[in-house]
Design a protein around this ligand. Structure first.
Ligand code: PRX
Length: 658
């Protein structure tokens, strides 16, 4: 039985057990979409005339110059709101200030060190963004140029993103957990002209060496001379850093004397807003390109529909802005919607494992959006961190990043939501720009483990390898048949890869890369990836990227990385290596772990390293990952092994494991 069949079996058993939870009456009364009839009406309207549907919504945006056409769709190329001019920072800030909401809280920030807290109103955030944008412009950053951002979760990270948007620079946020080599790769691929960073950041009581990583990236011997001319450094922790004369400038010096009001650059609807690198099925992460008008409309609309944002909400999405979730539901979606956003710098278990619930008690967020892996950690850490905490401010809970196992769903519902908060299990991807499938809290009955139904305007289909729709209830590839405003517009600098990855296997349709299945109610169940992408603690990792990192070590001849089930992380990374030199053993395992950390970052460090005499291969030389997955998981090796090149390899691997 292959991985897909096993997944299907798991899903089938979950589906049989699935309980249905009705939508909350309180939400139905007040939510934007308050009944299934209303939801169906919107879906039908969006399907019947997508241009009229999106035109009606896009008109609400503050256009600098109106668009002349809603949609130009020549698969896979799409243009939304053709010829329009708009600025995303003005959508998120100026329009709220102009409407008299400048005094409303935009950001509430809580730092990891005890007692650190700041708030910024919309007017204050606007002023900070203008000053920093003027500073970037003064450095010579021009529209269309790429600026990398490698920062801790501070208000300045949000300011930096919006400041880039204000002057038309394209930001590329690099998660603070990535290594200097990963920064160098991304800077190089995007031809970044500047990097915005900080001296450091706090993580579990330790200081991250962000500036040092940037310095190393800019001096990387593995890349041509860097295109980066400027490094802006926020003073966050106060740790000593080296400033390079002529290249590095402190954030506070850059903004000193800059105006608190800077007119936004009028950007074309299809000008790039940001690039975000994500792992695919090849070694090199790809820069997913999102553009201006369609993205912001999608981020705002989905935030309003799914989270039912109201004026008195405080929205807490726990993602870091280094990931798409932080882009769309920390920065762009909620701010475009005029919501108040809570951000927290540190780890959920620092200084103690009840940190999140302490923050809920103190800051009283109303909406809480996190990853299933975090929920499984909370379950493991125990009730003593939760009992007695006042979580009564919460009214809606969400999850993202991977499927949520029904047990974790029930725990979230019972313990954190006190059985009164709806849960929205949101399925989407870096590529989709925003949420695609999710329950709506005012109308969708939920089933633990299912992301339920598509949002209006989203057109999923499940197809077989020939691209034909599968029979109801059968598993297959998840595709989208119609364009949506928030969809990716390309892979930065690599049109071929864009076409090949997303549009070639099922021509004319967007291939999401996930297996899925619909149940008798039409609900979608996501069953895992169809490619070699792992989902480790909600982070997307490519097995090939990990393998490339390993074989770049002189001791390693060949490497194969696979996922294996893990209680908390969902998947853990197991690698099998054959050696060129060196002795198998703990010392070499440590060395290889350090090496992967250096090449990619801590998030990719393998959990298990198996040394093998050879890797099992088919006669055509392909590594038999299915076998390795079974071995890594400690499962009986099942299925057809007749094409295995050398049976003794399998015996050796098993022997090694036992
Ligand atoms: O496999 C799906 C899984 O995460 C992938 C997208 O990863 P990334 O681009 O890093 O974006 C994560 C945050 C949006 C998807 O292809 N995934 C994401 N959400 C869910 C999910 N799988 C099941 N259920 C979900 N709710």
């Amino acid at each position: 039985m292959g991985e897909a069949e096993r997944a299907a079996g798991r899903v089938a058993s979950v589906m049989q057990e699935a309980r249905v939870f009705p939508p909350s009456a309180e939400f139905s009364r007040r939510a934007r979409i308050g009944s299934l009839e209303e939801y169906r009406r919107l879906c039908a309207a969006a399907a019947a005339d997508p241009e009229a549907f999106w035109d009606e919504r896009a008109r609400e945006l503050p256009w600098i110059r109106p668009y002349t056409r809603v949609l130009d769709w020549q698969p896979p190329d799409v243009r939304w709101f053709v010829d329009g001019r708009i600025n995303v920072s003005a959508v998120c800030l100026d329009r709220h200030v102009a409407a008299g909401r400048g005094g409303k809280t935009a950001l509430v920030w809580v730092g990891e060190p005890a007692g650190e807290r700041r708030t910024l109103s919309y007017a204050e955030l606007h002023a900070e963004v203008c000053r920093f944008a003027a500073g970037l412009r003064a450095l010579g950053v021009r529209p269309g140029q790429v600026v990398s951002i490698y920062m801790p979760m501070t208000p300045e990270l949000v300011v930096a993103m919006l400041a880039c948007a204000r002057i038309g620079a394209v930001h590329s946020v690099i998660f603070g957990g990535f290594s200097s080599e990963a920064i160098a790769d991304r800077n190089h691929d995007a031809n970044a002209v500047a990097v915005i960073t900080a001296d450091g950041g706090w993580r579990r009581g330790a200081q991250l060496n962000l500036k040092k990583n940037v310095d190393q990236a800019l001096a990387s011997p593995h890349h041509p001379p860097t295109t980066v001319k400027h490094v802006v450094v926020l003073r966050r922790t106060g740790q000593p850093v080296e400033m390079v004369a002529g290249r590095d400038v402190w954030w506070h010096d850059l903004v000193a004397g800059q105006p608190a009001d800077l007119p936004p650059e009028p950007m074309d609807s299809e000008d790039p807003l940001f690039i975000l690198y994500t792992s695919g099925s090849t070694g090199k992460p790809k820069g997913i390109k999102h553009t201006t008008a369609g993205y912001i409309l999608w981020a705002q609309t989905t935030a309003e529909w799914v989270f039912d944002l109201r004026d008195d909400d405080l929205f807490w999405c726990t993602a870091d802005c280094g990931w798409i979730t932080g882009h769309s539901y920390v920065t762009y979606g909620p701010l475009a919607a005029g919501a108040s956003v809570l951000i927290y710098e540190g780890a959920p278990n620092a200084p103690h494992e009840g940190r999140f619930w302490e923050i809920v008690e103190q800051e009283r967020p109303t909406i809480f959006y996190t990853a299933p892996t975090a929920i499984r950690s909370f379950m493991k850490w125990g009730m003593q961190h939760i009992t007695g905490r006042d979580l009564s401010s919460l009214r809606l809970l969400g999850t993202v990043g991977e499927g949520i196992n029904p047990e974790a769903w029930m725990w979230y519902h019972d313990v954190i939501g006190a059985r009164r908060c709806p849960i929205v299990d949101t399925w989407w991807q870096t590529e989709t720009g925003g949420i695609m499938m999710s329950p709506l809290p005012g109308c969708t009955p939920t089933k633990p483990g299912s992301c339920t139904l598509p949002l209006p305007g989203v057109s999923p289909q499940i197809v077989d390898a020939a691209g034909d729709p599968v029979e109801p209830g059968e598993g297959g590839w998840l595709v989208m048949t119609r364009p949506w405003p928030g969809m990716l517009r390309g892979v930065w600098g690599d049109d071929e890869r864009f076409r090949e990855t997303y549009w070639s296997k099922v021509p004319g349709k967007y291939l999401a890369g996930d297996n899925a299945r619909q149940d008798a109610d039409g609900y979608y169940w996501i069953m895992g990836r169809i490619d070699d992408v792992l989902n480790v603690a909600g982070h997307r990792l490519s097995t090939i990227e990990i393998e490339s990192a390993l074989v770049s070590h002189p001791s390693v001849a060949e490497a194969a990385a696979v996922g294996r089930p893990h209680d908390v992380k969902g998947e853990a990374v197991a690698v099998f290596v054959t050696l060129r030199s060196g002795e198998p053993g703990e010392a070499l395992q440590d060395t290889l772990r350090r090496h992967v950390r250096q090449q990619i970052g801590a998030l990719a460090v393998p959990d298990d390293i198996h040394f093998a005499a050879a890797l099992p291969k088919t006669r055509s030389g392909k590594i038999m990952r299915r076998l390795l997955r079974d071995i890594a998981a400690g499962r009986e090796t099942v299925g057809d092994t007749t094409t295995l090149e050398d049976y003794t390899v399998l015996a050796n691997l098993r022997g090694h494991d036992e």
